[in-house]
Design a protein around this ligand. Structure first.
Ligand code: TRP
Ligand code: SF4
Length: 364
């Protein structure tokens, strides 16, 4: 079982086979301008992405929905979602960004006031600073608890979902609180509401997420079928990206500060943190010269791959130089730290500007 509120290390290949997620790489060549996260295999899986390809190609309406649970600080891994949203905005999507304050209340005990503050000062600020123009008309950011269309739809959909089903999907039991049991239905409504008549009617919709969210996606797709005759929903598509590795080698997690580079870190702090990261280097320089490093198993390389190097050519060079033992980890770490420093110097300026805009986004 994949538990969206827990954490476990995941074997992506197995997930693809076991849960019927299809590989994304088959889609990459059909896109004229695939995102680097797509080209580089970081987005590894999809369901029904063909519909989205077609909408992009034929310049038809389509929606993107991806939410965030306001429960802590954003780390650099969260940047991946925003990077994708910027790409979808460039490709003509209608974008919906629910802030899951009902979910964080029921599953994490975060009160609504705190959630709203986090939403503005962390999420909305960072999204703006990462280049997503939330002031645009096609981009809709909302708090779940303040969106009657979503709440009404969730209630309506709840009529055809029962406890046994929720138990089987999420492992809920007799002592799970009822608000928590209801939270997934709110998320289902987040994903389906852009297809209601008042939001322009049925349209292909894609939900880009980490694979921990797949239980919600499967539930949404099932429920959309059950209500097909009433709402004419098109079953939503999804994509899945890999998680970024934490500095210590496990998962990067906001609740374990030692593992994470936060988007609100100062440039110096970010730079010093990356220097502590686990590499794919060998025991000794001698050994590394002979055998080469293991970039596949290196947090430094991953940072370059996911975030810091635009050019595929430059990245390939680093990969080969690592593999054949011509660069050593010390040097590689230092140059990555410089890249990161530069990124954060620019980003922290953008964050300052974004703060002023962020306070108005929820009321736009
Ligand atoms: N459950 C998601 C999380 O834990 C947040 C979320 C809420 C979401 N609504 C959504 C994700 C709709 C994708 C689509 O972060
Ligand atoms: Fe990682 Fe660079 Fe060392 Fe290779 S040389 S293992 S990419 S730090």
């Amino acid at each position: 079982m994949i538990d969206p509120w827990g954490s476990s290390s995941l074997d992506y290949e197995r997930l693809v086979q076991q849960f019927g997620i299809k590989p994304f790489k088959d889609m990459v060549n059909d896109l004229e301008t695939p995102h680097w996260l797509m080209r580089r295999g970081i987005i590894f899986g999809q369901r029904d992405y063909g519909r989205i390809l077609k909408a992009i190609r034929e310049k038809k309406d389509f929606a993107v929905v991806t939410g965030m649970m306001p429960s802590g600080k954003m780390h650099i891994g969260h940047k991946m979602i925003v990077d994708q949203l910027v790409w979808y905005d460039d490709h003509g999507a209608d974008i919906y960004i629910p802030i899951a304050d009902m979910e964080s209340y029921s599953a994490r005990g975060v009160d609504f006031e705190t959630a709203k503050e986090l939403a503005i000062n962390e999420y909305i600020t960072n999204y703006l600073a990462l280049g997503l123009n939330l002031e645009k008309k096609n981009i809709h950011v909302y708090l779940q608890s303040k969106n009657p269309a979503v709440e009404d739809l969730a209630y309506i959909l709840g009529k055809r979902v029962n406890f046994n089903e929720m138990k089987a999907i999420y492992g809920f039991n007799g002592s799970t609180n009822i608000a928590h049991m209801y939270a997934p239905l709110i998320q289902v409504a987040d994903i389906l509401h852009p297809q209601l008549e008042e939001f322009g009617g049925p349209k292909p919709t894609v939900v880009p997420v980490g694979v921990d969210q797949d239980p919600h996606i499967r539930l949404t797709r099932d429920i959309s079928d059950r209500f097909k005759s009433q709402f004419h929903f098109i079953s939503p598509s999804s994509t899945y990206h890999r998680f970024i590795t934490g500095l210590t080698g496990g998962k990067m997690s906001s609740s374990k500060p030692k593992t994470a580079i936060f988007l609100s870190d100062s440039p110096e702090v970010a730079k010093n943190k990356i220097k502590t990261a686990k590499t794919g280097g060998r025991e000794s320089l001698q050994e590394q010269k002979e055998l080469g490093g293991v970039p596949e198993d290196c947090v430094i390389y991953e940072m370059l791959l996911y975030h810091l190097i635009d050019s595929d050519k430059e990245l390939t060079e680093i990969y080969h130089n690592c593999k054949n033992g011509t660069i050593m980890c010390g040097e590689c770490k230092n140059s990555t730290a410089e890249h990161l420093l530069k990124f954060f110097e620019e980003f922290s300026k953008k964050r300052e500007k974004a703060k002023k805009i962020a306070v108005n986004i929820l009321d736009k």
